[in-house]
Design a protein around this ligand. Structure first.
Ligand code: HEM
Length: 147
């Protein structure tokens, strides 16, 4: 009888604990993409690694030969921070103006996105967060690709 009671109590504890775990998952799901990316610090770490990959990528680094890289990094951090629901304000040029006349191709755009995905994988950013971020950036393709 007592053993049965202990077993029941144990089961209740297990159920309560697993209930708590799924609640914290739910709370996580409610957070903005900005928070789930680790806030400004997380986004800055991603942008640093990503820009280093782009700089080492012979398929596309020619485009950035004359670019002020520290400025580009800070623009990207603000842009991703704002687009993911964070408190930043992007003050750079709109995507059409910033990329006008560069002749960015779909292949170049895909190469850059591939470099970003390699960074996101390295930082173990979840599949859901990757999908959300890439879908925001994907909407910019039409303004950036010219040929
Ligand atoms: C979703 C993809 C992209 C995003 C979010 C993005 C974002 C940006 C941002 C925020 C800037 C700074 C704008 C400013 O200076 O006011 C910029 C500049 C630049 N982007 Fe992109 N970009 C993307 C794709 C590309 C691609 C595919 C290329 C070429 C392969 C490229 C090449 C450049 C270059 C060279 C600059 C510097 C322009 C300059 O120095 O004046 N971008 N981009």
């Amino acid at each position: 009888m007592v053993a049965k009671q202990i077993w029941k109590t144990g089961l209740l504890v297990v159920l309560l604990i697993s209930g708590c775990t799924s609640m914290s998952d739910r709370q996580m799901a409610d957070k903005s993409l900005y928070e789930r990316l680790g806030g400004k610090a997380g986004i800055t770490a991603v942008v640093d690694d990503f820009v280093a990959r782009v700089a080492a990528d012979n398929r596309i680094n020619g485009f950035f030969a004359k670019t002020d890289i520290p400025r580009l990094k800070s623009m990207l951090v603000d842009q991703i921070c704002e687009a993911s629901g964070g408190p930043c304000k992007y003050t750079g040029r709109d995507m059409k103006t910033a990329h006008r006349g560069m002749g960015v191709t779909n292949a170049a755009f895909d190469a850059l996105v591939g470099d970003l995905v390699a960074t996101l994988d390295k930082f173990k950013v979840g599949a859901r967060e990757q999908k959300e971020l890439l879908s925001v950036l994907g909407t910019m393709r039409a303004d950036i690709v010219e040929k």
